[in-house]
Write a protein that binds this ligand. Sequence first.
Ligand code: CMC
Length: 433
Amino acid sequence: MTDQTHRTAKLSVGEKTLDLPMYSGTLGPDVIDIRRLYADGDVFTFDPGYTSTGSCESAITFIDGDKGELLYRGYPIEQLAEKSFFIEVCYLLLYGELPTAAQLEDFENRVTNHTMLHDQMSYFFRGFRRDAHPMAIVCGVVGAMSAFYHDSTDIRDAWQREVASIRLIAKMPTIVAWAYKYSIGQPFVYPKNSLDYASNFLNMCFSVPAAEYTVDPILSRAMDRIFTLHADHEQNASTSTVRLASSSGANPFACIAAGVACLWGPAHGGANQACLEMLREIGTVDRIPEFIARAKDKNDPFKLMGFGHRVYKNFDPRAKVMKQSADEVLGLLGIENNPTLQVAKELEKIALEDEYFIEKKLYPNVDFYSGIILDAIGFPTSMFTPIFALARTVGWITQWKEMISDPQLKIGRPRQLYTGPTARDYVDVEKRG
Ligand code: CMC
């Protein structure tokens, strides 16, 4: 906290007036420290969905929802998406600064040294049904890493924490690619360390032993940019899940598996799959009004997938880059007349002119255009969320490391407003009526 000017906020609770300390970060609104509220005021705060609650101090990622700004360690996402690449972004997130050439080379070497999975893990994959959703497999396999890598589960040991971090970043592409290969009945493809991070992932997904396969650099660049855009997003649901799980001292693989599970939901990472499926269901531009009407109907649970965000109330800067990238990739591939892209563009246009969406400040989010690019690369919709998980792993790990090294670390334990029955006596079954 940068501000030590001893400002306070006054809160009256009954007869008492409490002076609550206030702090300023380097960016963003000030915070009121309520840690002594229960002890001094005998009350809890009530904030379901944590819309006004800061759960931690963090120096990793900053979002200004009104400006539509996203910074990783201070660097705007637009600049990183254009000039940097995912493995460099991983270094930036993990260690706080852009690497020198030597640091980058060393980091890439360390990551590529860990890309293979313990060979016995292939049997673990084979235990799943072929029609399992790849997210179910990824969630299970990441959790199972704690059964295979015992030498990096002691969270009190900085060296083990570092090895676990590198292992997760290095092995996620292999795990996600193998979940895909397993689901389509093709042999697992081993990682190729001569390839860059994104190309290696594409190679493991799309090459087969029977044929030559060369990764298209256009697709590899698009894949890498998708990874960069998803790498971290401060205290979202899955990151907060990772932090809460790790506050109990659980091992890193268990914590990241918890993050994967949370990401799966359609309100979070599952939205990319849901969005492309929605765009396909709409199918043609003339059906858009019908879907807009449904999204506005209070009695219909339907929402426009890929629209809206808890924090961004202006625009999602990742969506802007993603839209531009979708145009570029489809153009370079010569499929710019892709009907789904046409529906997406028209839907965006109509929604952004509609009073309902304007009033509620609903804009396209990162998931609105990412599915179109992933589809053009050749992925089925079921792979979209696992790819998000792959990219977000570095963010989860960075947040986990920051939390573990915080001397103020306490187990996360929210309180509640209890509305159930008051204490009552047990009634024997024959007397219940
Ligand atoms: N379509 C139609 N109406 C919407 C939408 C939408 N996509 N999103 C929000 N609204 C309405 C909502 O019904 C509510 O209306 P009212 O005030 O009349 O009750 C109002 O806008 C505020 O929405 P909210 O649900 O209270 O906002 P939230 O901050 O709790 O939820 C959200 C944010 C992202 C979960 C939500 O906008 C949503 O479900 N969007 C669709 C799913 C999606 O695209 N998720 C990806 C998020 S970005 C990637 C990620 O984080 O993983």
